[in-house]
Ligand binder design. Structure first.
Ligand SMILES: *[C@@H]1O[C@H](CO)[C@@H](O)[C@H](O)[C@H]1NC(C)=O
Length: 185
């Protein structure tokens, strides 16, 4: 009894250590690097405040997804974009499944429309001033459900969060002036 218990235990530990070693070797061979997102271009096509506090807006964004890994492709199972003016959510958009091959970038067109979104008094006044004189300051939060494929056997899923702050000229010309994006696991 004791002997077979000890034997089972030893086999268990050996299997566990071997499993760990295999995962480590696969990881070191593929050395996946985290994908990230940036804004290549953006345009504020329209923005106006109905009755002084109800925002109607139309923004297009060219999102640039980069997979820096040399050996692993990344599947984006889904991507959700939330647009904020200060901390008020003003528009959302969902982009369905797409793939980024190793060492490649993929562009996605994201159209964010706001319709009669209520803003607070201070924010309404601030936005009115920004629309008239430029620049308009906005925040974009992206949540991505991604899956890295290490060969065909090993794959793992994780979530990515991107936060971008960006500024645009007044609509309707509305080109992007500056942006800063940061992607985290
Ligand atoms: C997308 O991002 C990659 C990596 O940062 C860059 O090399 C590439 O030029 C970008 N593409 C566009 C269209 O901006």
């Amino acid at each position: 009894m004791t002997w077979s218990a000890a034997f089972c235990c030893a086999v268990f530990w050996i299997l566990l250590i071997l499993g760990g070693l295999i995962v480590l070797i696969v990881y070191l061979v593929y050395r996946p690097r985290s994908p990230y997102m940036d804004i290549s271009a953006a345009n504020l096509n329209a923005a106006y405040l109905d009755m002084g506090f109800l925002l109607n807006g139309d923004l297009t964004i060219l999102a640039n997804f980069t997979n820096p890994s040399k050996k692993t492709s990344v599947d984006f199972i889904d991507a959700t974009f939330d647009l904020y003016y200060y901390n008020t959510l003003i528009a959302s958009q969902y982009v369905a499944h797409f793939k980024v091959p190793k060492k490649m970038s993929r562009l996605a067109n994201v159209h964010l429309v706001s319709s009669q979104v209520q803003l607070g008094l201070t924010q309404s006044q601030e936005l009115k001033r920004q629309i008239e004189n430029g620049p308009v300051l906005l925040n974009l939060r992206g949540t991505f459900h991604a899956r890295s494929n290490l060969g065909t056997l090993f794959r793992y899923s994780y979530k990515l969060h991107t936060h971008c702050s960006f500024s645009l000229n007044s609509p309707p010309s509305g080109a992007m002036r500056a942006r800063r994006c940061n992607t985290k696991r």
